[in-house]
Design a protein around this ligand. Structure first.
Ligand code: NAP
Length: 242
């Protein structure tokens, strides 16, 4: 079992990678610039790859060749993402700049990497595509983060399209829609509002650990429920239930 995990250095991607390695997967993990934890760098089944997903040239030169290797990953986890603020009061140029950067990292790059994986998998024995979306795809976000919500909604629709058409090639595709997860990305909100406020109305009075997402992704990556293809898995501490 061989997986490619984007954004493996920190947060949810780190938990996913830890869980996959524990289950004897070989993992290629990517990061933009931060160092990988020692437990990964020193692991025989881990390969690190530095690539900035906001740079389309780098994505093509560094990630595409992975799917031309003699042995290529059969699980792709598009996890890396950015959460950029850009309010409607900004001038158009600034607003669009953030919009485009968000779309590039959260939607365009994952879709293109998925395309490379799918074109390899249809020639072989199939594969599993797992896209880390967000609850923002379902309940929106504040207007400052509308690009983020739109990118994550786009990712869900993209995932469903893959699921519809590639099942006959033994390919399943899933979306994960996390709520607040205790990572650097959520830390700004946790610092500003506090954990108590953010968990108000939730079933639990604590913010979800990234390790839970890691366990869920590993379960899907192991091919336990291929017929759940196209589904979105909501992991949000019961903040909403659908
Ligand atoms: P995080 O702690 O900020 O970690 C982000 C990871 O993505 C890091 O490994 C980072 O690499 C990588 N990354 C960021 N920008 C990149 C770029 N331009 N090119 C390449 N890699 C890049 O984020 P997280 O909370 O784990 O989030 C992971 C995913 O879950 C994201 O897609 C996010 O939208 C989604 N999500 C998170 C939450 C939450 O509450 N945390 C909720 C819903 C959805 P470096 O370490 O090198 O910077």
């Amino acid at each position: 079992m061989y997986a490619l995990v984007t954004g493996a250095s920190r947060g949810i991607g780190k938990s996913i990678t830890k869980s996959l390695l524990k289950e004897s997967f070989s993992v290629i993990g990517t990061a933009r610039s931060s160092e990988f934890p020692n437990e990964f760098s020193q692991h025989d089944n881990f390969e690190e790859l530095y690539v900035d997903l906001s740079d389309p040239v780098a994505v093509e030169s560094k990630v595409k060749p992975i799917f031309d290797r003699e042995e290529a990953p059969t699980v792709l986890i598009n996890n890396a993402g950015v959460f950029m603020e850009s309010g409607f009061e900004k001038d158009d140029e600034t607003w669009l700049e953030k919009w485009d950067q968000t779309m590039q990292v959260n939607l365009r790059a994952p879709a293109l990497v998925s395309k490379w994986a799918l074109n390899r998998w249809i020639k072989e024995e199939g594969g599993y595509l797992i896209n880390i979306s967000s609850r923002a795809a379902y309940r929106g976000d504040t207007q400052e983060y509308s690009a983020y919500a739109a990118s994550k909604g786009g990712l869900v629709a993209f995932t469903k399209s893959v699921a519809r058409d590639f099942g006959e090639h033994n390919i399943s595709a899933y979306s994960i829609a996390p709520g607040f997860i205790k990572t650097d990305m959520a830390m700004d909100s946790i610092d500003v509002y506090g954990e108590e406020y953010l968990t108000e109305g939730m079933a639990f009075d604590e913010i979800t650990s990234p390790d839970e997402v890691g366990e869920l992704v590993t379960f899907l990556a192991k091919g336990k429920v291929p017929h759940m293809t196209g589904s979105t898995f909501h992991i949000n501490g019961g903040s909403y239930m659908i």
